[in-house]
Design a protein around this ligand. Structure first.
Ligand code: DGJ
Length: 721
């Protein structure tokens, strides 16, 4: 192999790769664009990145490859951990072939825009073969994965395969996410010190507490500015993400699947593929998020047709599936402008509460003596789509399935795992269990016109052992779930799937390859959702976030909110309703109708535009919205989420507009003015607003209206020139 440098550059991001000699691929630069590089400049840059040999370290410069290697003197977290009966634990891979978009890379510098580099390498002594895939997408997202093959005669036990990406020394502030049931994606900031900041997900699902995007940036980075480098592991099983700072000042962000002891034992010619590990750079968190949003929106399978306004019946009826009540609910929903009606948990055999029935995917003939067909047909006759809830991976001990097939339950052998929500987990790594669930769901979908599945997953995987020995089964379970989702979509091509997991505990780019939206949280309290939606959008665009208007008193917090605040909060997402409409007053029904109309009129802008979250000077003000890609129009939500020590908060500025165009900014109040609104003079008589250049709006700004806490107003921004 000769020396070669590969410069991928797209959407303002450069990735300069060193595929030198037979060394494993290393990153020279990942971050802001380097412009066009000559071969000499690239070679000089690569050389300039080599660290000096310092006392008391190895006598050669440490070279950090994408899969950090111990034999090179790297003493940070290794890229590969594994062994063959105690040997072959520190492999030295030698690269044999590098391709860029399928063509073999010749020496010197190769310049490309977006592209995929594939590196083939082998350690002939350890009998291991490695293929690295590194991609820079059109939107500037880097993603990488590693595939390891055992070519030896004996088993190779793999404990970890981590991808690591270098970040510059100025990046010292970490932002990642905490969370719990009902309060997902809570941002937390800390300082990157020498050592590892590591987030392990051991729940067998992504987890409400998942790091989601673990970013490290220059101190003080915000939405609009400040360089950040983030990592995301696209996997819904156990996983790890980390940021590491070494004694030498070298820093990386990295991650991979978290393998349980003995979970991956490769026999001769077997291979293991890591999940895609995403690296996302941005000057500010909005730029970082927008690269992810554009990447997702660029996929052929991205949901493109207008996202149907949804009614989910869970908080309206819970397990009380009364035929007449549900028919009435459908009849109230349709004239409101609702376009999809989703029947939640409780429709299948014996399922009168959460202690019984999971796994028995047959329509309950006591509650639904004529099946679900009449309800589904009624819903469709009213002009709505019909959606249905499943929890395919789960089983209640009190179910026919658990009684007939106790051997299908994930367990460590000889004992039953502790229950969670009265349920256990089915082993989808077994073909018989997998086939059974797939065929039951298929049968239901064949007999009922279901176009949408709410796919739930309500417990962590504990003692999730597979087979009679109970060997770790999370890896196979996760892939089994993906396979089933994929197969159902193959069988029912127009089927959409929502990823729900006790609310928002399965939100990651692995499951998003097979699903069309996520349920952000079981908590629909708008004050909480102002935060949870805002931060879930660090990973996913708004059209993929289930965002509902619930009843006036939140079922999970007991707080009361106006319909205006509930609806304004739900507006920027995949809008829906989760409320017993029979309990709504006439005024509330009218108001809700107006909000649904407003959502529909802005839906395209909200679901295709660039997200802007303004760095406001006061934490009680959330200001965010969507700017059309051609900067012709924008819609912002200005939400008061608390009471400040000052009022009325001075001026706010917008972002994302064309500085040289003029825009009219108008307050919009579907359903009526927010509570306690005191309009500033620029609202004008008749709320006609004000016309100013984008530059003025983004530099000097407009005065914030005074409002009661927990209320919001919309700002319509339209170009006039
Ligand atoms: C948890 C989900 O997040 C809820 O929306 C609901 O579907 C329940 N499960 C049903 O059991």
């Amino acid at each position: 192999m000769q020396d070669s440098l590969i410069h991928l550059s797209s959407a303002g991001v450069s990735l300069l790769l060193d595929a030198g000699g037979d060394d494993l691929l290393a990153i020279v630069h990942w971050g802001a664009s380097l412009g066009t590089l000559s071969p000499e400049e690239a070679a000089t840059l690569a050389q300039a990145a080599v660290e000096p040999v310092v006392p008391n370290a190895v006598d050669v410069p440490i070279r950090l490859s994408l899969l950090p290697e111990g034999w090179r003197g790297w003493t940070g977290k290794p890229g590969i951990e594994g062994h063959r009966a105690g040997a072959d634990w520190s492999p030295r891979f030698r690269t044999s072939r590098v391709t860029l978009d399928g063509a073999v890379v010749e020496p010197s510098l190769v310049e490309s825009s977006a592209g995929t580099v594939v590196v083939e390498a082998e350690d002939a002594d350890a009998d291991l073969r490695l293929v690295l895939h590194v991609q820079l997408t059109d939107s500037g997202v880097l993603r990488a994965k590693a595939v390891l093959r055992n070519i030896g005669a004996t088993d190779y036990e793999l404990a970890a395969l981590n991808i690591a990406l270098p970040i510059p020394p100025g990046a010292r502030e970490i932002l990642d996410f905490a969370g719990r049931w009902g309060k997902e994606r809570v941002p937390q900031r800390s300082t990157l010190m020498v050592g590892i900041h590591e987030r392990e997900g051991r729940k067998g699902r992504t987890g409400a507490d998942a790091a989601t995007v673990l970013s490290v940036g220059v101190p003080g980075f915000g939405f609009g500015a400040g360089e950040v480098w983030g990592i995301h592991v696209g996997f819904s099983g156990n996983h790890r993400s980390y940021a590491e700072r070494l004694f030498s000042g070298v820093q990386v962000v990295g991650g991979g699947e978290l393998l349980l002891p003995g979970e991956i034992r490769l026999k001769t010619d077997e291979e293991y593929s890591s999940p895609w590990v995403y690296g996302v750079y941005g000057n500010g968190l909005d730029e970082q998020a927008s690269r992810l949003h554009r990447m997702l929106r660029g996929r052929p399978e991205h949901p493109r047709r207008p996202r149907p306004v949804t009614l989910n019946v869970w908080e309206a009826v819970y397990f009380d599936h009364d035929r007449d009540r549900l028919f009435d609910l459908a009849e109230s929903a349709a004239p409101m402008g609702i376009e999809r009606f989703v029947l939640d948990d409780g429709w299948f055999r014996g399922r009168r509460d959460d202690t019984v029935g999971l796994g028995d995917w047959y329509v309950d003939d006591e509650v639904w003596p004529d099946g679900l067909g009449p309800l589904a047909e009624h819903v469709r006759a009213l002009g709505m789509e019909f959606g249905l809830w499943f929890e395919p991976e789960m089983v209640n001990p009190d179910s026919d399935l658990a009684r007939e097939h106790p051997e299908w339950i994930l367990a460590t052998g000889g004992r039953t795992p502790v229950l969670a929500r009265n349920q256990l987990v089915l082993d989808l790594g077994r073909e018989d269990a997998y086939d059974h669930v797939l065929e039951r769901i298929t049968a239901i979908l064949r007999m009922t016109p279901v176009s949408y599945i709410k796919w739930d997953h309500n417990r962590d995987l504990v003692d999730a052992g597979h087979g009679c020995q109970g060997v770790p089964g999370v890896h196979a379970q996760t892939l089994g779930t993906y396979r089933m989702m994929q197969e159902l979509k193959r069988r029912f091509p127009s089927l959409e799937i929502e990823s729900c997991s006790s609310g928002g505990a399965r939100v990651d780019l692995g499951v998003i390859e097979h699903t069309d939206r996520v349920w952000v949280s079981d908590c629909i309290d708008p004050l909480e959702r102002q935060q949870m939606n805002r931060w879930t959008m660090q990973l996913l665009p708004p059209e993929m976030l289930g965002s509902h208007v619930a009843s006036g008193v939140s079922h999970s917090t007991g707080r009361s909110h106006t319909l205006g605040f509930r609806a304004a909060t739900a507006l920027y997402g995949h809008f829906g309703v989760e409320w017993d409409l029979a309990a709504a007053t006439e005024d509330e029904s009218r108001e809700l109708r107006e909000w649904i109309e407003a959502h529909k009129s802005y839906r395209e802008l909200l679901h295709t535009g660039d997200m802007v979250r303004v760095d406001t000077s006061d934490p009680t003000l959330n200001l965010y919205g969507s700017v059309a890609p051609d900067q012709e129009a924008a819609l912002f939500v200005l939400a008061s989420i608390g009471r400040s020590e000052v009022a009325p908060l001075g001026r706010f500025t917008l972002r994302g507009l064309d500085p040289d165009r003029r825009y009219r900014v108008r307050p919009v109040t579907p359903g009526g003015a927010p509570r306690g609104l005191i309009a500033p003079p620029w609202f004008g008589q008749d709320s006609n607003g004000v016309a100013l250049t984008g530059r003025a709006l983004m530099t000097a700004g407009l005065h914030t209206p005074a409002m009661y806490p927990e209320s919001a107003i919309l700002l319509d921004v339209s170009a006039t020139s």
